[in-house]
Design a protein around this ligand. Structure first.
Ligand code: RUQ
Ligand code: CUA
Length: 678
């Protein structure tokens, strides 16, 4: 979404540039400040020590992470690792979390994270997990909302540029994934101009409701279109999933022009209960495909990677009624289902209207066989037969729609750079507000669910330009908070975000704030390198591998003097934070280690792998300012030549032991408050 829209602005639709400039030239008054500024400020002001009303989870886009923000303040609370290594936590660097980033292509420390999606119960976000997709190396992740950590990643075989993901069914039985870039399926060395014969898209249904057991339930083989986004039905349309697609032309070069020829592309309606039945009846074939399932075990604090092969692939021609094509103008991007489950709103990014399909009309049209032929066994429904209405003159470049639960819809207009509010059923435009600049996704807490908390709307904009103090050629990302509680939308706040947010999700803080895990129970830690007390620390050699078990506790490591390591050894520092206090985190870093630090949560164990290359004495230290004696939290490891007879030894230093005895209770005031509070 980064390149194409920019091209749109600069090239084909020069209107955008004009529009953008026009906005840029306006005075601050019309930018949503001015007379309203005082009022707006009080609406987003969260006074010191107070908490925000909502947690918001914004995708980090090409940084592969999730930003956790508070709303309405827009304050960044956490930058959480999902598909990318993060030196701030050691995720993807330490031995325990490295398996999370394994794929069938090898270790991939990065991805392009697009669409966070909250788990749901009966169509309403339930505060258990957040799912998200990696576009480049097709993956989906489960992010636990009690620990705010990624606990599971599943690779999606037989797909590429996995974009229509990680959207959930109302019961979280499945999350979905679909191909954005069709590829030979199974992938093979074929001529690119054999696209029409050989290239296919797939729609993947992933069982998601059991933590640690995510797996591919089945895949549906589709024509070689580009599948863009998806949302499940709900209420009357429960059991259906809707995907948008573009490139019904099946172009494979210069897509900008060649995939924009047809007046209409398709929304695909999938009856996934029908698919389940066909699979149960043995109508799916086994497709090859290798994929990895990575899971973090909460007790051993270690992730494991499991290699799997083969999926159940269903061809629509073998399963009547599983899929229908709904013609939709023009190159649709978003596809969003309203809270009642009746309306399916498409974002025809090159269309002049916002087309809305009706689920009940679709059912009738299927019953009456109002078809315009079929594509590879998938019936094409007549446009007029499923159309509920069109929002006329909504603006330019409709992309995504969310709902407030009061009968209104809000659509992001990329090219005309505004949010447009319109009424479901009458299709009249009620209000519009400019956003700065060129909005991609928008988000209302619960706005894609059965029960939106329709108070705020976040506009996630693609172009930042003059919104903040400039920071060189690359500017911060621009999000804006809009009050949607009244008839007219009101701009409340600009807040910068990290990475390029695509979709986001939010929910009331009460749903999850009291469920936050404060520390991991040391008594339940089954990591083989863990220590439960300082006395359990020690050192062992096995051939050229030296393992050190070490405890970290305010304000020392035990042991903290290590000798007998030789050049050519691989040293494994297993460091356990034996604290059982909230937010008392320790770090661990060694001079010259070709890796990030370890950051160890209370009760957890993390392992740093180090291969010293030269002799000498190397200090190690705690990187997280943990107490008044944090600067003292350090130690030495001596490295001798290969074959040396320096004996292996690891001591708890007398100094550290006495410090421990006398000063264990010295804490900074903030930590005392943190440990004792709540
Ligand atoms: S996509 S706006 Cu994944 Cu709409 Cu980016
Ligand atoms: Cu432990 Cu600083």
């Amino acid at each position: 979404m980064r390149t194409t829209p920019r091209r749109l602005i600069l090239g084909a639709v020069s209107l955008a540039a004009v529009g953008g400039l026009a906005f840029a030239c306006r005075t601050t008054d019309t930018k949503g400040g001015g007379a309203l500024a005082g009022d707006a400020a009080s609406k987003v002001y969260v006074s010191p020590g107070k908490h925000d009303e909502f947690y918001a989870f914004l995708s980090g886009g090409y940084n592969g992470q999730i930003g956790v923000y508070g709303l309405p303040s827009g304050r960044l609370l956490k930058f959480a690792s999902v598909f990318s290594q993060n030196p701030e936590t050691g995720y993807g660097y330490n031995e325990e979390t490295k398996p999370m980033l394994q794929t069938s292509y090898g270790f991939i420390p990065w991805d392009d994270l697009h669409h966070p999606e909250l788990s749901q119960t009966d169509g309403v976000p339930d505060g258990r997990w957040l799912f998200a997709n990696g576009v480049n190396t097709p993956r989906v992740a489960r992010f636990d909302l009690a620990t705010m950590e990624t606990t599971e990643i599943l690779e999606i075989p037989n797909t590429a540029g996995q974009h229509a993901s990680a959207f959930t069914t109302p019961d979280t039985k499945y999350i979905v994934a679909a191909t954005r870039f069709s590829v030979p399926t199974p992938n093979a060395d074929v001529a690119i101009d054999s696209y029409k014969q050989n290239f296919k898209g797939t729609l993947t249904f992933i069982s998601a409701n059991e933590p640690g057991k995510m797996d591919i339930a089945f895949q549906i083989l589709m024509p070689g279109y580009n599948f863009d986004l998806g949302h499940s039905g709900k209420g009357p349309s429960d059991g259906w999933f809707f995907f948008s697609s573009y490139n019904s032309e099946q172009a494979y070069t210069k897509l900008e022009i060649n995939a924009s020829q047809n007046d209409k592309d398709y929304v695909v309606a999938v009856n996934y209960r029908q698919a389940e039945q066909c699979v149960a009846q043995g109508k799916a074939r086994t497709a090859p495909g290798v994929y990895l399932h990575n899971h973090m075990d909460e007790k051993s604090h270690q992730a494991r990677s499991e290699r799997k092969t083969g999926t159940r692939m269903l061809a629509p021609a073998d399963c009547a009624g599983v899929a229908y094509l709904l013609p939709t103008p023009k190159s649709p991007h978003g596809v969003d289902v309203d809270p009642t489950g009746e309306y399916i709103v498409a974002g025809g990014k090159l269309a002049t209207v916002i087309p809305v399909h009706s689920f009940s009309k679709m059912q009738q049209a299927i019953a009456n066989k109002q078809f315009d032929g079929d594509v590879q066994g998938i019936p094409v429904l007549k446009y007029d037969a499923t159309l509920a209405g069109e929002v006329q003159k909504p603006g330019l470049g409709p992309l995504h729609t969310e709902f407030d639960g009061k009968g209104n819809a809000y659509t992001s207009m990329f090219i005309s750079s505004e949010i447009v509010k319109w009424k479901l059923g009458t299709w009249e435009v009620l209000d519009r507000i400019p956003v700065y600049y060129t909005v991609g996704h928008l988000m209302i807490p619960g706005g894609d669910s059965k029960q939106p908390w329709g108070k705020y709307l976040v506009s996630m904009n693609k172009i930042t330009k003059d919104r903040y103090l400039p920071t060189g050629p690359e500017l911060s990302q621009s999000a804006q908070l809009i009050d949607i509680s009244g008839e007219k939308m009101k701009m409340l706040l600009d807040f910068p975000t990290i990475g390029e947010p695509h979709y986001a999700q939010a929910l009331p803080a009460e749903l999850i704030k009291d469920k936050q895990v404060k520390f991991y129970r040391l008594s339940e830690n089954t990591h083989p390198g863990a220590v439960k007390a300082e006395a359990e620390g020690g050192i062992t050699r096995n051939g050229k591998t030296v393992s050190i078990k070490m405890a970290a506790i305010r304000s020392h490591f035990a042991p903290d003097n290590i000798e007998g390591v030789q050049v050519g050894d691989t040293v494994l520092f297993h460091v356990t934070n034996i604290e059982q206090d909230w937010d008392i985190v320790h770090g661990f870093a060694v001079l010259g280690a070709e890796n990030s630090e370890l950051i160890i949560s209370p009760g957890a164990t993390r392992t740093l792998k180090w291969t010293p290359k030269t002799t000498g004495v190397y200090p190690f230290y705690c990187t997280d300012f943990c107490s008044a004696l944090h600067q003292e939290m350090s130690g030495y490891i001596r490295v001798s030549p290969a074959g040396s007879n320096v004996p292996l030894k690891a001591n708890t230093s007398p100094k550290a032991a006495s410090q421990m005895a006398r000063l264990n209770d010295i804490r900074t005031p903030a930590q005392t408050a943190g440990a004792g509070g709540q």
